[in-house]
Write a protein that binds this ligand. Structure first.
Ligand code: ZN
Length: 800
């Protein structure tokens, strides 16, 4: 090529480039002008009106009444009260969403009726009205027969028998009257009897057991005595089993209660805020971190006639939970006080029957105008005993959000996307109801679910904790900044992330982690597990809880988690129930109604850098992750490009609308009207969309609009698929139920307790972390490559 020609070519390229930039600036200027003055400005006003109306509905008195009703009696999974509440929630869904009242919608999971109830939500001939129903699954449930802890003398005679029941006090009537209704036992613990000397093992972590071993304490044939905390129950039992113990007792240690203790002069509950010394934390104690859900049907739904497998996530030694008071007496009676091993032998008996039994998931839907995008939100309904905080507070928040959606519906509003409400059963025993649904409708959820928003405990203390997948960070934060603080006028819900202190009087505005987003990583702790960790669906969870050093101890899984405790200490005035209802509801509303899905792939991609850094720091590894970093950066670039495309697609859509027939645009809504009653039926986009979709013949200019909408729809599909991109069919090593390679449950901590008590975050890059821990370089290489392949694939998909 001659120099001259080269010059000419350079000129042409430069001119083209300048023209391109100029056009872009021009388009940008035109668009911003249009948007401010006309269409989008009006859309924005309309959106705000809809949201303000929505937020005006949740009500503290109604929340208090529901809390009282739902927490009056024990409602453990499979119980009479559990099915009564399942039907009660069905009735609320029907009343609030304008569905004709009937109980003829209780379906056996797996039946045609049950399959259709969910699948029809996205079918071509779907029902255009809200629906509600109950799916009945049959997981294995425990029936406790006999639990006892005894001390034996040299002759093997019983010298002392522990009182395992919580005492109760007539001052808290509900707790008192239910004190003998639900035995204190560990769900899915081994059926059996064990005898041995007692050894105190602190928290029962791996390090605790190793320390004992190196101090010369032999665990073989012993009964371990562990305190609650640090790690999930199942991890303690697994460790005890690995180190040779034959049984385990787990007690609540008031030394972990922080400042509000009897020792510091506070009366014990129900006479004051300190922990009742007879309170016991029940709970599941199997290997939930191997797989959650029904023990006998891993990876597939527990229908009544499903074939069953021998569970591979239960442990072989029995465990029993006891109170602080009982632990003290036991230590004394067995002669453990000044020794590492007790003088006397302790006998632990745990007799349970285990068989498939019915559980009830109550569901409801509001059909949207788009047929193939569904927003899911939910809370479990079953409780260990009364469960005023866990999960009644969450259920009450969810119901207040449902009422707000119902009120919107009555104004004629209709969401753009379908909304699915869920009231799960049997969460307490191993996330069963949600997991079975997720396994039953996995394919459907993968295709259509936009996000899953969870709530469990919504109120049990002053600090707002928020968990979520990074792609939801933006939505979570912005929404929290639009919700008032539950009790402080000048603040927002977002500020409540720092609150602490007895009686809510201390507000700390310092974020302890400077670069943090303020949103914690989700783990295995509640019903979001199947959505995020198996199906790759963006998810969130939130709660108000106490800060250990300052706040009133929460009687977790005890009879004292009662309405009275809630009114006095958990959430006096029910302000926090309402704040969560608003945040949960508004997030769902924004996910359902935004033209462009509020999922941010750039945030999703940039979080991976932090994940990798935290793995490197944790394992202090010399492994070079240069290649993996590069793949992360490739994804970040692709995400940034994609986020730009989303913005352009939206601008283009508005511009196309504005540029077309005014009569067509005016059919979208009448922006001159200020009457709420008139305005509300006309959703910014949905009014247009319904006409658009109902129309059989289009004028030529309408084809242009159609194309600009298709561009939006494509962008939304890619946003939805972003978190699916982290799934690997192969799953985690030895735990193939878990498919997500970006986040997962840590095998050392198990995490299930975390959501409720310790605040642990999920573990980033779980398979890679395990490989690093194993010290096997081949494994590390393999896991690094698996991650790289996923990230490179996802980058290509985002760019396609
Ligand atoms: Zn719960």
């Amino acid at each position: 090529m001659s120099i001259e020609k080269q010059h000419q070519k350079d000129h042409t390229l430069r001119d083209r480039f300048i023209f391109l930039i100029f056009s872009l600036i021009l388009v940008e200027l035109c668009l911003s002008g249009l948007i401010n003055n006309t269409r989008e400005g009006a859309f924005e006003r309309k959106r705000q009106e809809v949201e303000q109306f929505f937020l005006s509905v949740p009500n503290r008195d109604k929340a208090r009444n529901s809390s009282y009703e739902f927490s009056k009696k024990p409602h453990i999974p499979g119980s009479q009260r559990d099915v009564i509440l399942a039907k009660r929630i069905l009735q609320i869904f029907q009343t609030e969403l304008g569905i004709s009242p009937t109980e003829e919608v209780i379906f056996q999971a797996g039946s045609t009726e049950s399959r259709n109830a969910t699948l029809q939500l996205t079918a071509e001939d779907r029902i255009d009205q809200p629906t509600a129903w109950i799916d009945v699954y049959y997981p294995e449930l425990d029936t406790p027969k006999q639990q006892s802890v005894q001390v034996l003398n040299q002759e093997g005679q019983i010298t002392w028998t522990a009182n395992l029941a919580e005492e109760g006090d007539p001052l808290d009537e509900d707790a008192y009257s239910s004190r003998n209704d639900v035995p204190t036992w560990h769900y899915y613990s081994a059926d059996g009897e064990a005898e041995g000397q007692l050894v105190y093992v602190n928290y029962g972590t791996k390090q605790d057991f190793e320390a004992l071993l190196s101090a010369g304490v032999n665990l073989t044939g012993k009964i371990a005595l562990a305190r609650y905390g640090e790690v999930y129950r199942g991890i303690k039992v697994e460790n005890a089993q690995i180190f040779g113990a034959v049984g385990l007792l787990m007690f609540t240690d008031i030394r972990d209660d922080g400042y509000i203790t009897a020792q510091n002069g506070y009366a014990t509950y129900p006479h004051g805020p300190a922990r009742n010394p007879s309170s016991v934390q029940r709970g599941s104690s199997h290997m939930l971190y191997v797989y959650p859900g029904d023990l006998s049907t891993p990876g597939y739904p527990a229908y009544q006639n499903s074939s069953r497998q021998e569970p591979s996530n239960v442990l072989s030694i029995p465990s029993i939970p006891i109170s602080w008071k009982t632990a003290r007496a036991l230590i004394e009676e067995s002669g453990l006080y000044n020794n590492s091993t007790s003088d006397k032998v302790v006998r632990v008996t745990n007799r349970v029957d285990r068989a498939p039994a019915p559980i009830w998931n109550t569901m409801a839907s509001i059909p949207g105008r788009i047929s193939d995008e569904v927003v899911v939100l939910g809370c479990h309904r079953d409780a260990w005993v009364l469960g005023a905080a866990d999960p009644v507070s969450g259920t009450v928040s969810l119901m207040e959000a449902v009422r707000a959606f119902g009120a919107l519906l009555r104004t004629g509003w209709k969401p753009l996307r379908t909304i699915l409400f869920t009231s799960w059963d049997a969460e307490e025993v191993g996330l069963v109801g949600s997991t079975e649904f997720g396994e039953d409708f996995g394919e459907w959820l993968s295709r259509y679910a936009v996000a899953y928003l969870n709530v469990d405990i919504s109120a049990a203390g002053p600090r707002w904790l928020i968990y979520g997948t990074p792609s939801l960070n933006d939505l979570i934060r912005r929404t929290a900044q639009d919700i008032p603080h539950p009790t402080r006028e000048e603040r927002t819900l977002w500020d409540a992330r720092h609150d602490k202190g007895f009686e809510n009087d201390c507000i700390d505005t310092q974020d302890s982690r400077p670069n943090s987003t303020g949103i914690q990583m989700l783990g295995l702790g509640s019903d979001h597990a199947v959505f995020l960790l198996r199906l790759g669906i963006a998810a969130s969870d939130q709660m108000f809880k106490g800060v250990t050093e300052f706040d009133v101890p929460y009687h977790y899984h005890s009879i004292y988690d009662s309405h009275r405790w809630m009114q006095m200490y958990g959430d006096p005035g029910f302000h926090k129930h309402i704040a969560v209802a608003k945040h949960l509801g508004l997030m769902a509303l924004r996910l359902a109604d935004s033209l462009i899905l509020p999922l941010n792939t750039s945030h999703g991609a940039s979080a991976l850098d932090d994940y990798l850094t935290s793995v490197e720091t944790q394992f202090n590894t010399s492994t070079n992750f240069h290649g993996l970093r590069k793949s992360i950066h490739t994804l970040q670039t692709a995400s940034a490009e994609f986020e730009r495309e989303k913005k352009e697609a939206e601008l283009n859509f508005h511009a196309t609308l504005a540029g077309n027939s005014p009569s067509f645009s005016s059919r979208i809504f009448d922006s001159t009207s200020s009457e709420l009653s008139y305005v509300l039926p006309y959703h910014p986009y949905s009014g247009w969309l319904s006409q658009f979709m109902g129309q059989t013949s289009f004028m030529v200019f309408e084809e242009e609009i159609r194309q600009s909408y298709i561009r939006i729809a494509n962008a939304n599909k890619k946003s939805m698929m972003f978190d699916r991109g982290f799934l690997s069919d192969e799953g985690l090593p030895e735990r193939p139920w878990f498919k997500n390679l970006m986040v997962g449950p840590d095998r050392e901590q198990g995490e299930a307790e975390s959501m409720h008590r310790n605040g642990y975050e999920g573990a980033p890059f779980p398979a890679l972390s395990e490989a690093l821990q194993s010290g096997n370089n081949k494994r590390v290489e393999y896991e690094t490559q698996r991650l790289r392949d996923l990230l490179e694939d996802l980058s290509v998909k985002l760019r396609s």
